[in-house]
Write a protein that binds this ligand. Sequence first.
Ligand SMILES: *[C@@H]1O[C@H](CO)[C@@H](O)[C@H](O)[C@H]1NC(C)=O
Length: 305
Amino acid sequence: MARRNGGALLLLLPAFLLGLLCSHLGYYKAYGITVETDNKLVKAREFEGAYLNCKHNAKKQSDTRVEWKKISGKDVSFVYFQGSFIGNFKGRAEIRHSSIQIKNVTRKDSGKYRCEISTPSEHGQEAGETEITLLVLVPSAVPVCEVPISAMSGTVVELRCKENEGVPASKYRWYRNNFPLSESLMLGNVKKDRLPYAMNTTSGTLLFNHVSKNDTGEYYCEADNEIGQPQKCPVKRMQVDDLNVSGIIAAVVIVALIIASCGLGVYYAQKKGYFSKKKSSSRNSSKYKPGGNEKDFKHTKSFII
Ligand SMILES: *[C@@H]1O[C@H](CO)[C@@H](O)[C@H](O)[C@H]1NC(C)=O
């Protein structure tokens, strides 16, 4: 009994392996030819060249059709079709076997590309494809900085710095009086240092929860993504004052403005003769009406008398 079972097992094992192999071959055939790339993520600086590699194992090279498409979300557009480049790829790209070389990439070329290979076979058409992501690297632009000119001590103040061109996104660093401010030490979302500010190098913000007079200074920020040179915004001064001082200054300024505007108003009114005109017109009307009234009154009076 045991021997028979053992023999059956010995027969079953090769059969099983053969079946596995056959199903694998079938699987392979259903999928057609193999299409691969050496580099699934191509990074290239803007205005330089990019090589998108695509290779396949189709036997009849002459009958093999090569197509390239660009995929942007749901939109699929042709890059290379029926032996020529399409649209804005015309004249600035060349085909090398089934790979493509773009001579002068711009940031708009970033995205997903698909290499599609098809070839006729005895079972009809066989096809395969592979996808490649092209990331066009762009240096940081000059950032825009928001620094308040003045602030009251004890208040919350946030300085902002941002540029929108850099690929990959820039990191930001703030400087005060030409010294770099050290990055906040974070543990998760909890600040773990005694610095009077929190600098976020990703968002570009410099946050003071209680700004103090010591924070007065000349501020600027630097954006850097290590593709080009670091870029800085113009220096801006932030003046932090105690409530009293700025309150008094504000009050004085407001009072001075009120006095000045009153004075100006009176001056222009007088210059335009606003006062004298009003006087003369009121004089005229008072002269006429009471005069008429006086006459009537006199008449009536005389009549009565
Ligand atoms: C920094 O800013 C980014 C983007 O706004 C945010 O996702 C991140 O949580 C911030 N980091 C800290 C430590 O607050």
